[in-house]
Design a protein around this ligand. Structure first.
Ligand code: 5GP
Length: 127
């Protein structure tokens, strides 16, 4: 079954300019802005401008141009923040939560870029 996209989600409102954001970078297909509740000194959200619910929806249904633009933009942000290891930066983590088990709060695909401090292990053990 195809994903049902909710036009009232908060990132759709940001894309329509109905809610302000602190833009980090904008391209033809992609917008990146600061997370409103940062969990690290660097916490940027990268979103496609298209109507995609989560990672697998984007990967399956976005155009090649959108997918390339999205990833090149995310990488350019890491470079711009000075956290990309290839440039001598201290490293970062990208996270994309999807659906219920992934505890996705906003149903518009987004990549979190977190950096600026040691981030610890990826997941806390549940047991
Ligand atoms: P998720 O849990 O869906 O992966 O993450 C959603 C993220 O969106 C959270 O980190 C949350 O802080 C952020 N967020 C929620 N509402 C807003 C908003 O209105 N503006 C911005 N900039 N970030 C938001």
């Amino acid at each position: 079954m195809p994903y049902a996209y909710d036009d009232q989600n908060i990132f759709a409102k940001i894309l329509r300019g109905e809610i302000p954001n602190k833009t980090v970078m904008e391209t033809e297909h992609t917008l990146a802005f600061e997370d409103i509740r940062p969990q690290a000194p660097n916490h940027v959200l990268v979103i496609p401008k298209g109507r995609y619910v989560c990672f697998d929806d984007f990967a399956a249904n976005a155009s090649d141009a959108e997918i390339v633009d999205f990833h090149r933009t995310a990488a350019a942000i890491c470079a711009g923040l000075g956290i990309a290891p290839g440039d001598g930066g201290g490293g970062y983590r990208t996270i994309s939560n999807a659906g219920e088990a992934g505890v996705q709060e906003v149903p518009h695909y987004h990549l979190h870029i977190l950096g600026g401090r040691p981030l610890g292990r990826m997941l806390a053990r549940a047991d």
